[in-house]
Ligand binder design. Structure first.
Ligand code: NAD
Ligand code: TDX
Length: 338
């Protein structure tokens, strides 16, 4: 396989590239990434000298460059991770999310169609389904009802991907995964933010009443699912990915504090996120039944490994937290949290 991975320098993309290099050492992987604040070449330092791995610095809105790269490497498969991915940032800057997530996806699809790419996989999210009440699960048949500009941009992209299948016969799949956690997770997101703030004895910002529920999946299990869909996904199909690990945010924050032996008084309830989805929960029975996917990580194992990773990679996150991230943090949390 000659695989173009967009957004491969981010959290899930970098874990996926490392996973694929191990699982399919003969494949060629081209990581195409704009290196926004969330893209970090250090995430892939250990594979950069692998002769089957190539990095191209580029924007998925740049059609000309995409054609060049697809020709240059004779790309036959595309996985699109590239996205503006943080819900809170989408509230301040919706236009960027539309540009990257919607227009960028369409640009990539156009190249895939014209270059007769064999498989195009769109990495989507469970957030496109909106919010659940206290019961029930998202299935692939749940209507899309996105609530944040981020979720709306991802849902829009999904619709365009679908249209390239229906109209042009491009072999596409869409995966919609639950919240991921694991190594290389950018510290603006809840789990790494809580681990790092706790390690530094800083306050932990919990939105609203802390009772919003997220369904957590270890990133390697997501990578394995993507690998299966790439190889076996029937054209045009959507697959939900998740492992029934629902937790209230406050319970997750408390669990991390306890594991780090840090006091609960670090918790600080702050203003809620506007449009904050109450509950996500994925029904992944389709990918299990059709492709035989089975998650390997129990939450207890995954969270312990994740905490351990942040303890042993202080330099990685200290560098991020000392740069431009500081002004985002101040903007998001103001003086409520130091
Ligand atoms: P991330 O923010 O860590 O990484 C995004 C990457 O995309 C970065 O490397 C960034 O530089 C790159 N990028 C951004 N704009 C680009 C552009 N215009 N052109 C090329 N590259 C660009 O995000 P993540 O958490 O790794 O998420 C990856 C994908 O998975 C996203 O599409 C996201 O919607 C989806 N997803 C994430 C989760 C999660 O829990 N993190 C869950 C489900 C789905
Ligand atoms: O400081 C915080 N305090 C807080 O209470 C932050 C950053 C988050 N939260 C809450 C909001 C959510 O209920 O924690 C939960 C998780 O928040 P995020 O880590 O921002 O993730 P979420 O909004 O659920 O979105 C993530 O999962 C789905 C990814 O960022 C998306 O890219 C993915 O599609």
């Amino acid at each position: 396989m000659k695989l173009l991975v967009t957004g491969g320098a981010g959290f899930i993309g970098s874990n996926f590239i490392r996973y694929m290099i191990k699982a399919h050492p003969g494949d060629t992987i081209i990581n195409f990434d704009a290196l926004t604040y969330a893209g970090n070449p250090e995430n892939l330092e250990d594979v950069q000298n692998n002769p089957h791995y190539h990095f191209v610095h580029g924007d998925i809105c740049n059609e000309e460059l995409l054609y060049f790269v697809v020709d240059q490497f004779a790309v036959d498969t595309i996985v699109n991770f590239a996205a503006a991915s943080h819900v809170d940032r989408s509230i301040y800057e919706p236009g960027l999310f539309i540009k990257t997530n919607v227009l960028g996806t369409q640009t990539l699809l156009e190249v895939a169609k014209n270059k007769h790419i064999k498989k195009y996989l769109q990495i989507s999210t469970d957030e496109v389904y909106g919010s659940l009440g206290s019961a029930g699960y998202f299935t692939e048949a749940t209507p899309l009802a996105p609530n944040s500009p981020y979720a709306a941009s991802k849902a829009s992209a999904d619709m365009i991907v679908r249209s390239y299948f229906e109209t042009y016969g491009l072999d596409i799949n869409i995966t919609r995964c639950a919240n991921n956690y694991g190594p290389w997770h950018f510290p603006e997101k809840l789990i790494p933010l809580i681990i790092i703030n706790a390690l530094e004895n800083k306050e932990l910002p919990v939105y609203g009443d802390g009772k919003n529920i997220r369904d957590w999946l270890y990133v390697d299990d997501h990578c394995a699912a993507i690998d299966l869909v790439l190889h076996q996904g029937k054209p045009g199909e959507v697959f939900n990915i998740g492992n029934h690990h629902e937790m209230r945010n406050i319970d997750l924050v408390t669990l991390i504090l306890d594991k780090l032996n840090k006091p609960h008084r670090l918790i600080n309830y702050v203003s809620d996120r506007p449009g904050h989805d109450r509950r996500y929960a994925i029904d992944a029975s389709k990918i299990k039944a059709e492709l035989g996917w089975q998650p390997q990580y129990r939450f207890e194992t995954g969270i312990n490994e994740t905490i351990q990773w942040y303890l042993t990679h202080k330099k990685w996150w200290q560098k991020i937290r000392s740069g431009a991230y500081k002004s985002y943090y101040k903007h998001q949390y103001g003086s409520a949290i130091e």
